[in-house]
Design a protein around this ligand. Structure first.
Ligand code: AMP
Ligand code: MG
Length: 490
């Protein structure tokens, strides 16, 4: 029997619905081939969830696609146009270092964008080289996958290839391209682009496309654009509550980094909070703390207001009426967010039912954690395990008083101890991607050893399982001078 040669068409099942939008929304670009691509990471579970065959993805033709050297059959080579408010200031942006290969349709009929990040210059590159370094691509890979496992809506990472080329940042760095999988790359910034430079018909085309793609349940009954705003607000209120509950800090919540689908996107200088401090900022460029942990819900509200503004001409012919409609929906964001957040917090404390005083019980715990500089994740982990960990918090008298209150509160629900514990286990991760562990894995990979990354990915894939092998990853880094800092890596 002869060897079955792989043909490109057996790997992907691609469509390009985005390319049916008006031309203004994208540019078809030439590929920017790289010298000697090498597949360094392939995420088999993502591949399988997409209905892709892992053995085919490990072959030469697939590598050429991951590297942006070749387009798969049925694919495109498209860079999306968008704008955005970056740290509060409006700019024209667009895919400056990414290309969309197409939308893969899974055997179940689900549609996912397949995008190469770091694939070279496009008309939206401005002064940039269109490339990405290996470190930041691995960082996005590992953190987005950890977020998925934690149950936070997010884009996913299918593969990382090294390009065999160096890119210049502060020093020469190994170049890499990441294949990102997203339910779409439609952003608040895409609407800002349409609102600023598009016609009303073009804006409507984008809104209709977004509705059909993400919210097909919305009826086109005249209220569809107000319902689009409602849906995006709901999804974002849910997403941001999830971030806050796991202690995730995005770091660059610019409007171009906020999706219409409600997935987390564009992992740059993000990181997980270690000791609980609402003012935590990791990003070196966020000097004023605009995107600090505690500000994330408010910033999301601000971004959603920018989104709502773009929709005004679709909401009503009379601007005043349109503003009134949008404002009413926008006001709902804060309540939706708080309801999600406190529901999540009650679950973290094993509380199934709701009492009026729960909010103060939760806030009291958080303020004790802040006062005693307790690690956010490990405190909830210890509460779940019933451990008295050796932190200052667990030794403190005021915390012991709080523990008593919590014990009493737990008795006021018709649930067994086991049920309470189960709820806590399902909501308090035993493990998060701790900054020093992520750095360690990236450094090893940069030196050619991917085993550290692989193991980290593995233990992070089951954060609610409380496995013995996760124990060592719960440890805090040795005390260092100065706070942890992250960089955009662009
Ligand atoms: P980000 O900070 O990754 O969200 O990117 C902000 C904007 O800068 C987007 O328009 C990116 O496409 C663009 N950008 C980031 N890095 C590069 C790069 N190396 N070359 C060209 N454009 C880039
Ligand atoms: Mg971005």
């Amino acid at each position: 029997m002869g060897v079955l040669l792989m043909t490109k068409e057996t790997v992907w099942n691609l469509e390009n619905s985005y390319a049916e939008l008006p031309d203004k929304f994208f540019s078809i670009i030439d590929t920017n081939p790289v010298e000697s691509p090498k597949l360094v990471v392939l995420n088999e579970s993502v591949a399988i969830s997409l209905g892709l065959k892992v053995d085919l993805l490990r072959q030469e033709d697939a590598l050429e696609v991951f590297a942006g050297n070749m387009l798969p059959k049925g694919g495109s080579s498209l860079a999306q146009a968008y704008a955005g408010h970056q740290f509060g200031y409006f700019n024209m942006l667009g895919d400056g270092r990414a290309l969309m290969v197409g939308e893969h349709i899974t055997p179940e009929g689900k549609r996912f964008d397949i995008q190469l990040k770091g694939s070279g210059r496009t008309p939206y590159s401005r002064g940039g080289d269109g490339r990405a370094a290996l470190g930041p691509m691995l960082r996005e890979y590992i953190i987005s996958e950890a977020m998925h496992a934690l149950g936070v809506p997010t884009t996913r990472s299918l593969a990382v290839v090294t390009t065999g080329e160096s890119i210049m940042r502060e020093t020469a760095l190994p170049g890499a391209i990441m294949t990102r999988v997203a339910s779409s790359h439609l952003r608040v910034g895409t609407f800002e682009f349409a609102s600023k430079w598009g016609t009303l018909d073009e804006l409507r085309a984008l809104a209709d496309y977004s509705l059909k793609r993400h919210y097909p349940e919305v009826k086109f009954d005249g209220n569809q654009y107000l319902n689009l705003l409602k849906k995006v607000i709901e999804q974002q209120a849910y997403l941001i509550s999830k971030w806050q509950l796991v202690g995730f800090i995005h770091g660059v919540m610019n409007t171009d980094n906020m999706t219409i689908s409600g997935e987390t996107i564009d992992y740059g200088p993000c990181a997980f909070m270690d000791k609980y401090d609402p003012l935590t900022v990791f990003s070196s460029i966020d000097r004023e703390g605009r995107y600090a942990y505690a500000n994330q819900p408010r910033i999301a509200g601000w971004n959603l207001a920018r989104f709502a503004e773009t929709l005004l001409p679709l909401l009503d012919d009379e601007q005043e009426k349109a503003v009134e409609l949008a404002q009413e929906v926008l006001y709902g964001f804060s309540d939706l967010y708080h309801a999600n957040y406190f529901r999540g917090m009650r679950s973290k404390l094993g509380l199934y039912n709701e009492e009026k005083e729960d909010q103060s019980l939760i806030e009291e715990l958080l303020s004790l954690m802040a006062h005693h500089k307790a690690d956010y994740t490990n405190t909830f982990r210890s509460l779940t395990l019933g451990n008295k960990d050796c932190s200052d918090l667990f030794e403190a008298e005021d915390f012991k008083t709080w523990l008593q209150k919590w014990e009493e509160r737990k008795t006021r629900q018709p649930k067994s101890k086991e049920e309470t514990l189960q709820l806590m286990r399902n909501n308090n991760p035993s493990i998060i991607p701790r900054n020093h562990r992520v750095e360690e894995a990236i450094q090893a990979a940069e030196n050619g050893d991917y085993s550290v990354l692989k193991r980290l990915h593995h233990v992070l894939s089951m954060p609610y399982d409380y496995l013995p092998e996760q124990e060592e990853y719960t440890q805090l880094p040795p005390e260092k001078e100065g706070p942890y800092r992250t960089f955009c890596g662009t």
